[in-house]
Design a protein around this ligand. Structure first.
Ligand code: FMN
Length: 404
């Protein structure tokens, strides 16, 4: 049998010549993208993203908490057409999903924050820029808005320097950011043991192990060397070098509801408090003027042994009623996790590591890949659950869930 005869029997699959597309095409889950990122990115950077505080019990608990829920689907329902769109803080999004703030994104890939904001914008999803972002408020707004991303949120760490804090808020308002997300769980930094072992400093310093990692991850270092140096693009020179902990030492350990009320008085848009872990704190945030809360344990990076935020959604929704926005993050790795969050009463789920694994595995196309996977998974989960809209999922969700 010759080649021509064999060809008649089997259809030859076209070879993808673009190495990044080929790699991403072989990733069918967030876990696949994580594995791919681990092979490509120097260990200190991968561990900075992948790691958490102390014994990493909160992080493991976050993943477990989502997966403990089991579905009781409805059958005999026409699910040929379903609607995955939903409203968050007065804006319609294609999915109940948003990008949580993550610092240092240009350390994962030089396209960093802009890549993530654009990929989210293409799908009509919001992007939150961190105070510790490595792209300036103004550059992010210009680049993202040019590609149609018009739902930018700004995450604020209250700094000891209140005048500087106020200046950041003012700059975000001037640049057209719609939502201010005030993080309240980082009064001191969580202790990240992987970063200590790896001697992580920002910007990365040349040490024996960095030089070794240049040998084993040359593509990463070539990309980094060809692009402008990483800085905390929104902060003054005294923030520009050191460990994660030395940066956080400049954050305010004295945030109270009065601070939220002051921000509320100055901020023209919507305001979310990120980090409450219970109904009482959520209520205090709303009483101080917030439009909603983002239930979060910072992906397990702050207080270890903290309760998993997904386990608080139902009680917080009950305490706050239908009015305020309830977002949840920490542990979302699959579209089915989003379905669980909606069924328990959240308005949307926010992701951190999931999009960073995509960014590390393939830059902006890697983020596209993660968002496509999550969208497909969420859509399929809704169809297999027998629900045709997010509103229905939220209304009847509790009947679709059970926990052994
Ligand atoms: C690498 C990394 C950096 C982060 N930086 C910030 C930050 O600057 N500000 C903030 O409020 N949260 C930050 N977070 C927390 C995320 O906003 C979010 O709460 C968390 O990632 C959610 O958990 P998940 O990673 O399991 O999705 C960061 C998380 C990661 C993984």
């Amino acid at each position: 049998m010759n080649i021509a005869e064999i060809r008649q029997l089997i259809r030859m699959k076209p070879v993808e010549r673009d190495i990044v597309k080929r790699r991403l095409g072989r990733c069918y889950s967030v876990a696949d993208l994580r594995r791919s990122a681990k092979l490509l990115i120097p260990r200190p950077v991968f561990d900075y993203v992948d790691g958490a505080a102390d014994d990493e019990l909160s992080m493991a608990g976050n993943l477990r908490a989502f997966r403990r829920w089991q579905f009781r689907p409805n059958e005999l329902v026409d699910v040929a057409r379903i609607d995955t769109s939903t409203q968050v803080l007065g804006r319609t999004h294609s999915l109940p999903l948003g990008m949580a703030p993550t610092g240092y994104s240009r350390m994962m890939h030089p396209d960093g924050e802009i890549a993530v904001a654009r990929a989210a914008g293409r799908r009509n999803l919001p992007y939150t820029l961190s105070t510790m972002g490595t792209t300036s408020i103004e550059d992010l707004a210009t680049a993202a808005q040019a590609t149609g991303q018009d739902d930018l949120w700004f995450q604020l760490y209250m700094l000891k320097d209140r005048a500087l804090t106020q200046e950041l808020v003012q700059r975000a308002a001037t640049s057209g950011f719609r939502v201010l997300v005030v993080t309240v769980d980082t009064t001191v930094t969580g202790f990240r043991i992987r970063d200590e072992h790896n001697g992580l400093v920002i910007p990365p310093e040349l040490t024996v192990s960095t030089i070794a990692s240049i040998g084993s991850r040359p593509a990463y270092w070539m990309r980094m060397l060809r692009n402008p140096a990483i800085t905390f693009a929104n902060l003054p020179p005294d923030f520009q070098s050191g460990t994660v902990a030395s940066g956080v030492a400049k954050f305010s350990p004295t945030i109270t509801p009065d601070d939220i009320a002051v921000l509320r008085a100055h901020w023209p848009g919507k305001l979310i408090v990120k980090g409450p872990l219970g109904a009482a704190d959520a209520q205090r945030a709303i009483e101080a003027g917030a439009d909603g809360v983002q239930l979060s344990n910072h992906g397990g990076r702050q207080l270890d042994r903290a309760i998993a935020p997904i386990d608080l959604v139902a009680e917080v929704r009950e305490a706050l009623g239908d009015g305020p926005c309830v977002l949840v993050d920490s542990g979302i790795r699959h579209g089915a996790d989003l379905a669980v969050a909606m069924a328990l009463g959240a308005d949307a789920g926010m992701i951190g590591r999931s999009y960073l694994y995509g960014l590390m595995a393939g830059g902006e196309p890697g983020v596209d890949r993660v968002l496509d996977l999550l969208a497909d998974q969420f859509t399929r989960t809704m169809q297999l659950l027998g629900v045709t809209s997010v509103a229905e999922l939220r209304k009847h969700g509790r009947e679709l869930l059970t926990r052994p």
